[in-house]
Ligand binder design. Sequence first.
Ligand SMILES: Cc1ncc(COP(=O)(O)O)c(C=O)c1O
Length: 387
Amino acid sequence: MTNYIPLCVPHLFNDEKKLVNQCLKSNWISSSGSLINKFENQIAKYTKSKFATACTSGTAALHLAMKVCDIKKNDEVIVPSLTFIATINSIIYVEANPFFVDCDDYFNIDMVKLIYFLNTNTYKKNGFTYNKITKKRIAAILPVHVWGNAADLRKLHKLCKNKNIKIIEDATEALGTFYKNSFKNKHVGTIGDVGCISFNGNKIITTGGGGMLITNKKNYYKKSQYLSNQSKDDAIMFKHNEIGYNYRLNNIQAALGLGQLKNFKTILKNKKFINNFYFKNLNNNKNIQLVKRPAYATNNNWMNIITIKSNKKIDLKKIINDFEKKRIQIRPVWYPNHLQKPFKKYFRLDLSNTNKLISSSLCLPSSSNLSVNNLSKVCRELNQYFE
Ligand SMILES: Cc1ncc(COP(=O)(O)O)c(C=O)c1O
């Protein structure tokens, strides 16, 4: 569609085409090719994690994370309501229960409320921590580094060690985000037990569809490789001692990912430019506020979000349609998970900030290849609309 400004589309360079063509020529196109290991090694090196397992999607990586952390039926996983539904689905896949908590103004899990809850509403039994409200074992906490904003895991990390609670990080949107001094410049996804990255089409780098599980634990890595490859115990005689999954990324996708990594610096630079441009050009508008970035971490600037300041009920659908007519795609933040039909029955704490942010926030065009002309148009239209 010409002149249409989409929300967030892939930015492909020549390297991707070259590498994919080479891959096709080699005839190694399935999940047995050597490029998959190469892609895993490069992601592990970049994120400074010891191990990486390439998967068919971020959702598959999250599911494997649940499995390797041994999250089981009737366990509880504490999770923000404000996230993409795949985060919650991964908990349901292993028949565990989400327990919803609120978010802060960076759209990340609210650490103050969460730590208060952990300190006042849990008890220890047989070496595990239980929720006083639901009486379930709190097996894991699943923070999401939303939009590339790092969730502040500094205090939680220690607390979870004491309480024997696993941390599974949904870093699907946050490749390229590093903590600053507090965590010695560690990449998000490497603080907890396991981290998950997505390479879906809208993500900061893409393999068309794909994901990566990163971990510093060798046994988790080995288990994730095993499970992602149909739990093959004897590849020649087709022996499988466990239920496995067909979750392995294929070689063509890995070629695409390797090409994207070659250009990752440029993409990050473009994303930073776009974020700065929005800040500069929307800063004077009193009716909208660009979501700020936390100071304790760098930011990959994957997505730019505004919150609308108004005392009246905001008709987000109308705004989205009005911008669609201007050929600009803006999108709401996700529908809150605690209100999704399959999840209504699960427990939740006070979610006032989640409800407030969801009813007043919009995602802005943020593609790495967004031109300055189009960026200017988006800002001009936003300033006119919200004047
Ligand atoms: C926060 C979050 N979690 C999980 C996922 C799932 O990743 P994928 O689409 O690669 O399965 C996504 C992206 O789509 C996401 O944004």
